[in-house]
Every structure is written in structure tokens, then in C-alpha cells.
Design a protein around this ligand. Structure first.
Ligand code: ADP
Length: 260
């Protein structure tokens, strides 16, 4: 097993928290939250104490993927929220704090206030890693985080398609500009393993993210297949890494976590 933390810097970003690792993508729907959730669980399986913060304030989904519905309790003395916990990982999602259908129109100062609450008004306790699921693209959350938190690094998730790659490229450049170290690129929906026959096919093309990573002098962390089992379990709150860690479709999550 790789020595964990080799890629991560030494300074502590927040009291009690050793590392903040953000998971980002250029556009929505590429599986960023799926990767964030399963990476968090993979870190936990490596005996790390882990939290996951869903900072995708425009479209939160981690509360569903981790099956932690409802509002968190508040500590009367400190007035801080106590994150819920499931599968050994502490969870707080914007989805726990706002109504499911509430339109969220967040602008600069509001975003900073909401983010500050999620990071500092929460009893995260001692954590080795806090995984932060960013909204897609490059907006207020990304900038505000870069300005207010010392982030250990970003994992950029992309699909093999050109457009997703172009957006990932833009996102990566933004991180570089604001001084967040990019830990590497993950290609999601990389290939399809047929549930019936086990055959592999490259539905969206193949190797694009690996090439882009190389071009941009970034580490390529791994490929995750497109698979019905990943979607079904992610969407019903039983994350693949928990239900079937030895599945060929799930092993890549664990291998990627070991490289970070
Ligand atoms: P994002 O956070 O980038 O918007 P999500 O993680 O919410 O994307 O994923 C979008 C949808 O795609 C979800 O229904 C999820 O279950 C599904 N999905 C993500 N990755 C995979 C995969 N590798 N195989 C199958 N379905 C996937």
C-alpha cells in the first residue's frame, strides 16, 4: 500500500483538519460527486478519519449518495452543527440545510457566508482529510475557497469527451491561477463494462483525459468505468465502495485514493 499523504502538503488548513482535498470538474454531470463520495469512503477504508463537505451549493447530492437526509443537530453550547455520519464518514451537504426544491441563487458574499458556515460553524472534530465537492465550473465557491482555506489540492474529474475535457482544462488553469495545487485528473465513464457479458467498450472514446493530463503536466490518477451498478448504488445511497469494493468497476476508486 502506498504511503498515504505523499502528495499532500504539511500545513493544516483548518483547526483539527489535516487536509482539505477538493473534487472539481469543468462541467456538471461528469460524476464529480460520485467520485468525491467514493474517494472519501476509500480514504476511510485506509483508516483515515474523513469528512465530506458538499459545497455544490447549486445542486447538492452528497446527502443522498451518503444516505444522510434531514437537518444536522446543533450543539447548544457552541452553536455549531454536528455533521451526520454514515459508513464511517462525517457528512454535511448544502442539501441538509436547504429545502430540496428551493431555488438557490447565491452571489458573492452569500456564497462566502454559506461556505464559512459549512467549514467553520461545524464540529468536524479531528479529521485526516476533508473532501470538498465543488460545484462544476469556476465560480464564487472556487474563488472564495481558494482565498479563505488552505487547500491541500484538487482532483479534477472529466469524462473522455472533448467538451468535458476543454472545460476541465479551463478549470485546471483557474486552480493554477488561484494557487490551488492540482493533484491529478480522473477520467470517469472511461469505458463500459457490460453487466451481462463483461465485455469492455469505449462509448465516449478513450484516453482523452490521460492525454490532456500529460499535455498539462498533471498526474493522471486513473479511469473509472461507466457501469449500471455504480449509478444504481450511488443514486440510492449505498455507495459502490461500500457495497462491493472488490467489483472490477469499483476497484479503481480505491486505487485512485491510494495515489493521492
Ligand atoms: P456531477 O457531480 O458531476 O454532476 P454525479 O456524480 O452527480 O455528477 O453523477 C451524475 C449521474 O451519473 C448520477 O446519476 C451518477 O450515479 C451517474 N454516474 C456517475 N459516474 C458514473 C459511472 N462511472 N457509471 C455510471 N453512472 C455514473
Amino acid at each position: 500500500q502506498a504511503q498515504h499523504g505523499s502528495k499532500l502538503p504539511k500545513q493544516k488548513p483548518l483547526p483539527g483538519i489535516k487536509h482539505v482535498v477538493v473534487v472539481a470538474s469543468g462541467k456538471g454531470g461528469v460524476g464529480k460527486s460520485t467520485v468525491a463520495t467514493n474517494l472519501a469512503l476509500a480514504f476511510s477504508k485506509m483508516n483515515k478519519s474523513v469528512g465530506i463537505l458538499d459545497a455544490d451549493i447549486y445542486g447538492p447530492s452528497i446527502h443522498r449518495m451518503m444516505n444522510v437526509p434531514g437537518r444536522p443537530e446543533v450543539n447548544d453550547e457552541t452553536n455549531k452543527m454536528i455533521p451526520k455520519s454514515n459508513y464511517g464518514v462525517k457528512v454535511l451537504s448544502m442539501g441538509n440545510l436547504i429545502e430540496e426544491d428551493a431555488p438557490t441563487i447565491w452571489r458573492g458574499p452569500l456564497v462566502m457566508g454559506a461556505l464559512d458556515q459549512l467549514l467553520r460553524q461545524v464540529e468536524w472534530g479531528e479529521l485526516d482529510i476533508l473532501v470538498m465537492d465543488f460545484p462544476p465550473g469556476t465560480g464564487d465557491v472556487q474563488l472564495s475557497t481558494a482565498q479563505n482555506v488552505s487547500v491541500s489540492g484538487a482532483v479534477v474529474v472529466s469524462t473522455p469527451q472533448d467538451i468535458a475535457l476543454i472545460d476541465a482544462r479551463r478549470g485546471t488553469n483557474m486552480f493554477r491561477k488561484v494557487g490551488i495545487d492540482v493533484l491529478g485528473v480522473v477520467e470517469n465513464m472511461s469505458y463500459h463494462i457490460c453487466t451481462n457479458c463483461g465485455n469492455t467498450s469505449h462509448i465516449f472514446g478513450h484516453g482523452g483525459a490521460r492525454e490532456t493530463a500529460k499535455e498539462m503536466e498533471l498526474d493522471f490518477l486513473g479511469e473509472i468505468p461507466l457501469n449500471a451498478m455504480i449509478r444504481e448504488n450511488s443514486d440510492k445511497g449505498t455507495p459502490p465502495v461500500m457495497v462491493d469494493p472488490n467489483n472490477v468497476c469499483v476497484v479503481p476508486f480505491l486505487e485512485i485514493a491510494q495515489k493521492i
